[in-house]
Design a protein around this ligand. Structure first.
Ligand code: 6R9
Length: 649
């Protein structure tokens, strides 16, 4: 494809926001970090690795003798759980709250680092008693409760890689993940609370485990108290197995490259990919980025990441990053509209949250619900806001800053992937003059650029494909059990470089703007148009809260742009409105980007991590049978959308 004119440089966003002077003056990381990392990238990462407490200090930094298979800090040894828990207690911080848990129904508890240490040790002892040893895999299928964190850390502590599966994935999805990872133990719960009701988890595990005979035991956390089927000998209550254990457990040191976890990415086609992360490099980058990008001051900040633990964001920015840094954080079990649409803001106010990390999909939902809802709460404690998961539309960015950040807080739009393990491209809150909608700049020690079809770096002002040009500490090590697929998927499109699968452009300053997955790029009359830019143009109209755009086969133009939009507040669907929206896109981006059809809908199909599943919308727009819907949050959404399409295109 002619990616230069393409993925086109259509959108013009001129607004700029300097870092607040006070924050910049006391920032954890300054411009100097970029210079230092540029002068000596490996030396920079070796220095960051000293954030961790090692049993054996590494003498090597990167071993890239067998690319693309990296080893970081390969002769070092440490224990990840010790770094996340014990060392803070040993440093006299045992009374600091690690987790303020807020249940959906308003119940909750605060867990100090000392208590967390006891619970992790008890769970590690219980797992050991059940025969789980170093290298064995454990599947975790839990709601957002403190036991999810405890379970992950207990696995890390004994060197048993965990594979967390979203609570809410079907029995089929769970079974295929248990099977692929060959897990011998599963940790689940009777259920969790969602939308005001107990929602069962155990039945999906019962079904999945009936097909995965390698599973020896199922540990069951009692959360909702609902009835569960029980298989004697196999099923064990978590509180019984852990409650009688000692709160002491000696953490063994493991090699830096010991596997820490497998996390499955859904992928659009084929079998899910088990992304493998190992210990020390992963923890180094999770810890460093959490410290740098959120400017975390562990003594005073209250941090809240709203992600689910089943998403990589939950792994790196609820468990490993924040806890390795000794942060105090909030964990919330439920949905943002239960029992009311101000729930998130009530939580910010209740705990005095200072750093909030959430996803564009949530921000657009809040925009749709209306400005008056956050306005009812005291959000003045907030000082840094983060975004992750999708490109954030400039209008949503501005809304987030004004209505949540009181027009005062920096926004860090953090680009990264399950595969990258930790943040890669993002502003720094005390350094970067931010641009709404742009992730801007590779972090110190990270090398990213944009290339064209022939792998040539594009000049500023042009678009193409995002690639990472140097290995980084938290990079995936392989796809579990499939080295060849690892090479083929990430390292073959542009040999020697990691291909992220995202379209991107560089602006005149060389800052990076993400344009969505390359599979989603539309080809209209010979022009490549990014879904992100058309969506952002639609969202910049005052009546639109959220938009998803796809290219549907079209006899004359190759592909035609079809837009699905959700309206804001009280706006109503009408022929005038859709005509006005088409004109608005035409004016913002140019006539070529005008959607051929605009459909007003009330919901969009999303994954559990909030990403719009454009593939399914393309199926709808092309009047095809729907593809795989197993990773959808709510499959009834598709019936609703299909009912909006009266006739075949
Ligand atoms: C952390 C996470 C990865 C894909 C990635 C990209 C999209 C994530 C983004 C972003 C634009 C951002 N993505 N953050 N796009 N700006 N700030 O989301 O991991 O679930 O593996 O998804 O998400 O398309 O390639 P994962």
């Amino acid at each position: 494809m002619s990616s230069n004119e393409s993925l086109a440089n259509l959108l013009k966003e001129e607004r700029r926001f300097a870092p607040p002077a006070e924050l910049a003056a006391a920032a954890n990381v300054t411009e100097a970090a970029y210079d230092k990392a540029k002068a000596d990238r490996l030396g920079f990462w070796a220095e960051q690795a000293r954030r961790l407490t090692w049993a054996t200090e590494p003498t090597q930094t990167l071993d890239w003798s067998n690319p693309p298979f990296a080893k970081w800090f390969a002769d070092g040894e440490l224990n990840v759980a010790y770094n996340c828990v014990d060392r803070h207690v040993e440093a006299g911080l045992g009374d600091r709250v690690a987790i303020h848990f807020e249940g959906e129904s308003g119940d909750g508890r605060s867990v100090t680092y000392a208590q967390l240490k006891d619970e992790v040790c008890q769970a590690a002892n219980a797992l050991t008693e059940l025969g789980v040893a170093k290298g064995d895999r454990v599947a975790i299928y839990l709601p957002m409760i403190p036991e999810a964190v405890v379970a992950m850390l207990a696995c890390a502590r004994i060197g048993a890689p965990h594979s967390v599966v979203f609570g809410g994935f079907s029995a089929d999805a769970v079974a295929s993940r248990i099977d692929d990872a060959d897990a011998k133990l599963v940790i689940t719960a009777d259920g969790g609370f969602r939308r005001g009701k107990p929602s069962a988890l155990k039945p999906a595990i019962d079904e999945a485990v009936s097909r995965t005979p390698q599973v020896e035991h199922v540990l069951v956390v009692r959360r909702t108290g609902q009835d569960v089927e029980w298989t004697e000998g196999r099923d064990i209550w978590w509180h019984e197995a852990t409650g009688r254990q000692s709160t002491e457990h000696t953490a063994e040191a493991f090699n830096a490259e010991h596997p820490l976890f497998i996390l499955y990415t859904s992928g659009t086609t084929g079998k899910p990919k088990g992304i493998l992360h190992t210990s020390a490099g992963y923890l180094t980058q999770a810890s460093y980025t959490h410290h740098a990008v959120f400017d975390l001051k562990p003594e005073t900040d209250v941090y809240w990441c709203t992600a689910d633990i089943g998403w990589v964001t939950g792994h790196s920015y609820i468990v490993y990053g924040p806890l390795s840094n000794g942060a105090t954080q909030v964990i919330y079990e439920g949905t943002p509209d239960t029992p009311h649409q101000g729930r998130f803001w009530e939580i910010v106010q209740k705990y005095g949250v200072t750093i909030l990390y959430t996803a564009p999909t949530a921000i657009r939902t809040f925009m749709k619900w209306g400005d008056d809802i956050p306005a009812k709460f005291d959000l003045s404690s907030l000082r840094v806001l983060g975004s992750v998961g999708e490109p954030i539309n400039p209008e949503a960015w501005i809304w987030y800053r004004e209505h949540i950040g009181g027009s005062r807080t920096p926004i860090v739009d953090t680009w990264w992937q399950t595969e990258t393990g930790a943040m890669m491209i993002t502003p720094l809150p005390g350094v970067t003059e931010t641009k709404p909608g742009s992730a801007q700049r590779a972090l110190p020690g990270i090398a990213a650029t944009v290339v064209d079809d022939e792998a040539n770096e594009v000049p500023n002002g042009s678009g193409g494909y995002l690639v990472l040009t140097e290995p980084w500490p938290s990079m995936l090590r392989t796809i579990w059990g499939d080295d060849q697929r690892y090479i083929d998927t990430y390292w073959s499109r542009f040999p020697g470089r990691y291909f992220a699968g995202d379209g991107a452009k560089k602006d005149e300053d060389g800052d990076i703007w993400l344009l969505g997955r390359v599979d989603d790029v539309m080809l209209v009359s010979g022009h490549n148009i990014s879904t992100t830019e058309v969506e952002s143009a639609l969202v910049s109209h005052p009546k639109v809260a959220e938009a998803a755009v796809v290219g549907a086969a079209d006899e004359t133009t190759g592909q035609a742009i079809v837009a699905f939009v959700i309206l804001r507040g009280t706006a109503e669907d009408s022929a005038e409105l859709t005509a006005a929206l088409r004109d608005h896109v035409g004016k913002t981006l140019g006539p070529i980007a005008k959607p051929k059809r605009i459909l007003v809908v009330s919901e969009l199909p999303k994954t559990r991590s909030g990403k719009i599943m454009r593939r399914l919308l393309r199926d709808v727009a092309e009047n095809r049978e729907l593809g795989d819907v197993t990773t959808l949050t709510d499959s009834s959404v598709m019936d609703l959308i299909q009912s909006r399409l009266p006739s075949a295109p």
